[in-house]
Design a protein around this ligand. Structure first.
Ligand SMILES: [Zn+2]
Length: 590
């Protein structure tokens, strides 16, 4: 019945008021189920954290200039934590609030951890990594700081007290400068490692020290021509590219070890999840095997590498795979649209400022297969496209626009542009209108600043690494490291995001500081905005009852520090990482 008609009838109006009052009083009392459980014992927690500063992020979003929401605990004195204790049961948050009430959930078996004022934030997520490379580096022998070749050999023995015969030993970091007057020869390596091919790269990658077995595998004999730009020291051999080519494709077991090592390192460093930016068939197989054995150290959101054609075809038929428990989701695809800015491979709309006549390469010329990507979009996959130059970004946006016209449902698939590094001012709003997530790296801005402006010139640089311009256009962001190219330290990432300075706090005024974000925006970009980018914002990214108990605990208050003395963010330390309600890493030394 139309409301207007009822309002002309007084009896009807009283009747409506009566109903409203009845429903109000019903809402204000406890529903029957709560009333009956009020006198029974509350559920008991597995784990309770007390005496913490908890920033739940369970309040409104900041505006596009970074101003905190009205209900955020932010006033003239800055940020304040919104809880000091929480309880966990069965991998989920049971309660967030104060110490006394949290302790009400304890029983005989509950573990209670007092944090003495340490800070808990939602578990941090690195939304663009190459985890197998991190794992491989960790497996290499680190030779940085070895004063002599003999010291290097001792260090290798220490790292590999036992290692199967025939497997390669790879190291890096001996200093070609320090050792310049007494370059080592292969004989001392042969003597120390007769049964392993050994390849030891120098600190700056200009030289390689290898033993006979490695040279044999690389088919380097006396008289082999040196590679372009290289020099084979006869007797004291050192042929960089030839040797690196000879290092065999790693075995399944080694790949698995690399993945575990990389993921374990992330757990230790506070991360609860990673987005693997391009996994080939072998990696997908390894992730699935590790998941079925419950051996993944952190949650994995794997993007299929479209460069593995067989894999792409298989999954286009199969469709996305999401895991009930959220340990391994395969619902995203990584594609490449152009190259990198440093090497002038990124595609620009106009010539490179420091190379007239050159605009870079993109699209088909760069191996982007629009048909394969379209078939994966049709199958329901999120697409994450690497695009760096302003033309690379524009052409990628055009591509998405075209596919949305053909397949309208694909607009809902939270497609992403990875890096979104140089964007023409006209295109920021197109990220928003096409619902594209900008997946960006705070570190890239402060690493590229010595040369980026030379490539782009004074005008185009304003649209580069432009986080604030993205926010102002209403674009969704997620932040990440792109490791191992850059450090994955969350403290370093937050510092770069709020200061636009490198880890040496340079430049003092910040590089294009107008593009910096606030500390709240930066933390969200590594937590609940990253959760959105992986379709998990209803399970993780904020600390709230019934959400996954995925938490990062640190010794500094990043909100206060990031706002008041951001240089001190760099001194932060991860104390604990909690995933699925379990303490997976504890650096407190207790
Ligand atoms: Zn990458």
């Amino acid at each position: 019945m139309p409301a207007k008609k009822l309002l002309t009838n007084y009896w009807g109006l009283y009747f409506i008021l009566g109903l409203l009052l009845a429903s109000c009083s019903k809402n204000s009392s406890h529903p029957p189920s709560e009333r009956t459980t009020a006198h029974t014992k509350p559920p008991s927690a597995d784990l309770i954290f007390t005496d913490a500063k908890i920033y739940s992020l369970n309040w409104g979003e900041p505006d596009s200039n970074g101003l905190p929401a009205k209900n955020a605990l932010h006033d003239h004195a800055g940020w304040h934590a919104d809880a000091d204790a929480l309880a966990i049961k069965d991998g989920q948050i049971l309660y967030v609030g104060n110490n006394a009430e949290a302790l009400g959930f304890k029983n005989n078996t509950t573990r209670i951890v007092s944090l003495n004022g340490a800070t808990i934030i939602p578990g941090v997520i690195d939304s663009h990594v190459h985890i197998e490379e991190l794992g491989a580096i960790l497996n290499h022998v680190n030779l940085i700081g070895t004063p002599t070749p003999e010291d290097a050999i001792m260090r290798i023995h220490k790292q590999f007290p036992t290692i199967a015969d025939g497997s390669w030993i790879i190291g890096q970091g001996w200093d070609e400068g320090t050792w310049a007057n007494h370059y080592p020869n292969k004989h001392i390596l042969d003597k120390a490692f007769p049964n392993h091919p050994v390849v030891l790269k120098s600190l700056h990658g200009f030289a390689v020290w290898a033993n006979s077995l490695a040279l044999e595998k690389a088919h380097i004999v006396s008289g082999t021509p040196a590679p372009i730009g290289g020099k084979i020291l006869t007797d004291k051999t050192g042929a960089t590219t030839l040797l690196l080519d000879a290092i065999p494709v790693i075995s399944e077991q080694q790949l698995q070890n690399n993945l575990i090592n990389g993921l374990s390192r992330m757990a230790r460093d506070g991360f609860v999840a990673i987005h693997q930016a391009g996994a080939d068939g072998a990696q997908i197989k390894a992730f699935q095997r590790l998941n079925s054995q419950h051996k993944l150290p952190v949650r994995v959101y794997a993007m299929l590498s479209v460069r593995d054609h067989k894999l792409a075809q298989q999954w286009a038929k199969r469709g996305p795979l999401t895991d009930d428990k959220g340990w391994l989701d395969i619902r995203s695809v990584k594609a490449f649209y152009d190259g990198a800015l440093g090497s002038r491979g990124a595609r620009l709309l106009e010539d490179y400022s420091d190379m007239p006549g050159h605009k870079g390469v993109s699209g088909d010329g760069y191996g982007f297969d629009g048909q394969v990507v379209k078939s994966l979009m049709a199958a329901g996959f999120q697409i994450a496209v690497h695009a760096i130059g302003d033309a690379g970004n524009r052409e990628t946006l055009n591509y998405f626009e075209k596919i949305y016209q053909l397949l309208p449902q694909t607009r809902q698939q939270r497609n992403r542009i990875e890096h979104a590094q140089v964007v023409n001012p006209d295109d920021f709003v197109r990220f928003k209108s096409l619902s594209i997530i900008a997946s960006m790296e705070p570190h890239h801005a402060v690493e590229d600043m010595p040369w980026a402006e030379k490539r782009l010139g004074a005008e185009r640089i304003k649209g580069a690494y432009a986080w604030r311009s993205m926010r102002k256009a209403g674009v969704r962001l997620t932040f990440n490291s792109d490791l191992p190219g850059s450090t994955h330290s969350i403290f370093s990432g937050l510092h770069a995001a709020v200061t636009r300075q490198n880890d040496q706090s340079q430049p003092a005024e910040g590089w294009h500081k107008e593009q910096a974000l606030t500390i709240e925006e930066s933390i969200r970009a590594y937590t609940n905005w990253a959760a959105y980018a992986e379709f998990r914002e209803k399970q993780t990214g904020i600390i709230k009852k019934d959400y996954w108990a995925d938490l990062t605990i640190m010794d500094i208050d990043p909100f206060k520090t990031g706002e008041q003395s951001p240089e001190k963010l760099l001194q932060g330390k991860i104390l604990m990482t909690i995933i699925d309600g379990k303490i997976v890493s504890d650096n407190t030394g207790h």
